[in-house]
Design a protein around this ligand. Structure first.
Ligand code: FAD
Length: 560
């Protein structure tokens, strides 16, 4: 049986062709009501909703275990926000506008790129689907309230992080969208604060969804969708031993297989900006764009505009450069401290931008700089400076004052440990003099000396005449020892995906819904465009992922 339509030529050049799988090689057929492909942030949320409703729910997962549920969950108007009162109040219209406009801040049609570097042709702003952004703003509250209720029996509490300091991150407004499902200490919660892939929340998702009747099949990869007429009725999946199974799903198929960050060549083709400024990648294992590819085969349309989540915490050895091949590493290979708005210089030893901007925005100027990297400099006063900066989201290092406690901010002790570890690994360099530091960082000594001298003078009279950095963040480098590290991007995931409508149904090229087919999470598009993620709307990626997963199931089962 030929199940799907043929993808367009453009898509063919980026995505592999659809395989034919003869009926004779299918060893088993399984029936379910709701089929969820991928057990990550979206998949486990969907499983909770579907199983709670009593639908026969099956989750298939390519890996041998569920994915890592991320701790920064962006939401608006949850019960946790309401309990925190005015401190956590968010103007919905303002935040919708912020997300919709974000691309404008991050890329401009006049952007100049460094020689030899070819950007994607789509630059600009307001290219997201505002209806989807509104859906997140309206439904993230009920979604996280629902999850919090379901998980409360394990002592898990939903808390909001509202300590945004002066409410600004550089010249940008910071929003108290960050919420967390906090696992109690005695059940492994403390590790959640270090964001190191040893988070424990997913265990409770699995426990609860199983208790509600959801079934999981691990080492089982969705390969392609099955269509009858124009409707998607199931999938063909491959087990670890190579055999194929057919899964028929009466209510619909929800694809939640994540982005394609594990295929760096694909990232380079679709998201050239991301690879051009990245030195490190750490994606969810298995994110090969399988769902996007299968959706295209089934007639779905993909976002035109690329988008990837890249943070300024990739570090490399002195003299290093961005671009392929991107070093693969885990959380402990990234350097959280790099997001602090310390003085930064390019390979010529010169400042090149206002450092006091969000951590995705600071990466854009690297597209103009030699080798797509720069150096961060700090001195022995760094902890005092960090307290003044008071950055938020996952760049926060100072302890949060939110109540109830969120355990955000790694604090001085752990931060010093990270600096030491990165020094021992040969990334961070230390010297009693600026010249000595320049030598170790492979920067021109005289140029660096004069850049630091000018920076210190401007810090002294409280005005950055070169780049307009806020006076609060202009802090002189004058107490040895001096430190420095070469940094660029840390690629986490891709976020351009299949076009979806407000019911989270995948749309075809004419904008019509493909019946029976839904997509949520990183593999679903329309929400981010042309930027490295609006991270001052903290946690909005997971926030919209989980919100849309819930909505998809409610629509599929007719329970909206
Ligand atoms: C280290 C890291 C930290 C992050 N922290 C945050 C954060 O705190 N807040 C935030 O908002 N965003 C964060 N993000 C981004 C966030 O994880 C994503 O934006 C998104 O929410 C991921 O959810 P998902 O369900 O789409 O995909 P994933 O969570 O990546 O799950 C996809 C799942 O599908 C499985 N899969 C893949 N192919 C198949 C197949 N063919 N068949 C079956 N299963 C398949 C994968 O194995 C995986 O388990 C982080 C990303 C990374 C990498």
């Amino acid at each position: 049986m030929k199940n799907t339509t043929t993808p367009s030529k453009t898509e063919n050049s980026l995505f592999r062709p659809e395989p034919e799988i003869p009926e004779s090689s299918i060893s088993e057929t399984i029936e379910t009501d709701v089929l969820i492909c991928g057990a990550g942030n979206a998949g486990m949320t969907a499983a909770m909703v579907a199983a709670k409703q009593g639908s026969k729910t099956l989750v298939i997962e390519k890996n041998k275990k569920v994915g890592f549920i991320k701790p920064y969950m962006g939401a608006v108007d949850t019960k946790a926000h309401k309990a925190a009162g005015d401190k956590a109040k968010i103007d919905k219209e303002e935040i919708i506008k912020e997300i919709v406009n974000y691309g404008a801040r991050c890329a401009g049609d006049n952007h100049i790129y460094r020689p030899g570097y070819k950007p994607s042709k789509y630059i600009g702003s307001n290219k997201v689907d505002e209806k989807l952004v509104r859906l997140w703003a309206d439904e993230s509250g009920p979604t996280f309230d629902f999850l919090a209720d379901e998980l409360s029996e394990y002592g898990i509490r939903h808390v909001v992080e509202y300590d945004t300091g002066n409410g600004q991150h550089g010249g940008f407004k910071a929003y108290p969208t960050h919420t967390k499902l906090l696992v109690p200490f005695h059940k492994g919660g403390p590790f959640a604060i270090i964001h190191a892939g040893i988070y424990v929340l997913e265990r409770f998702f699995v426990k609860k969804t199983k208790s509600l009747g959801a079934q999981y099949m691990f080492n089982t990869a969705m390969v392609k969708l099955i269509k009858e007429g124009s409707r998607v009725v199931g999938v063909i999946a491959r087990k670890k031993n190579g055999s194929y199974i057919r899964i028929n799903s009466s209510k619909g198929v929800l694809l939640c297989t994540g982005g394609y960050a594990a295929k760096e060549k694909m990232v380079a083709k679709i998201n050239p900006e991301a690879t051009a400024i990245s030195v490190l990648r750490y994606e969810q294992e298995g994110n090969h764009g399988d769902g996007i590819t299968a959706g295209l085969w089934a007639g779905g349309e993909k976002d035109k505009y690329p988008s990837a989540m890249v943070f300024d915490r990739g570090i490399t050895k002195p003299g290093g450069k961005s671009d392929l091949p991107i070093r693969k590493g885990g959380s402990f290979d990234s350097f959280f401290f790099a997001s602090q708005p310390f003085m930064k210089v390019n390979k010529e030893g010169k400042r090149f931008c206002n450092e006091s901007v969000p951590y995705d925005v600071i990466l854009n100027p690297l597209q103009n700089e030699k080798d797509g990297v720069a150096c961060i400099l700090w001195d022995a006063n760094y902890w005092k400076h960090v307290k003044r900066f008071h950055t938020i989201g996952c760049s926060r290092v100072v302890r949060s004052k939110s109540k109830p406690k969120t355990f955000e901010g790694m604090g001085r002790f752990m931060n010093s440990g990270l600096i030491l570890m990165m020094r021992l690994k040969g990334y961070i360099k230390k010297s009693r003099t600026i010249e000595g530091l320049a030598k170790k960082l492979k920067l021109p000594e005289e140029e660096l000396k004069s850049s630091v001298k000018r920076y210190n003078e401007m810090a002294g009279f409280g005005e950055d005449k070169d780049f307009g950095k806020p006076a609060k963040d202009m802090l002189a480098l004058n107490k040895p020892p001096y430190y420095g590290v070469t940094y660029a991007g840390w690629l986490l995931t891709t976020m351009d995906g299949l076009r979806i409508n407000e019911n989270i149904q995948v749309m075809d090229k004419k904008g019509n819904a493909i019946e029976g087919l839904y997509a949520a999470g990183d593999m679903a598009g329309g929400f981010f465009a042309n930027n490295f993620y609006p991270e001052l709307v903290v946690g909005v990626a997971v926030g919209k992922t989980m919100t849309f997963a819930r909505h998809a199931v409610l629509h599929m089962t007719g329970s909206e």
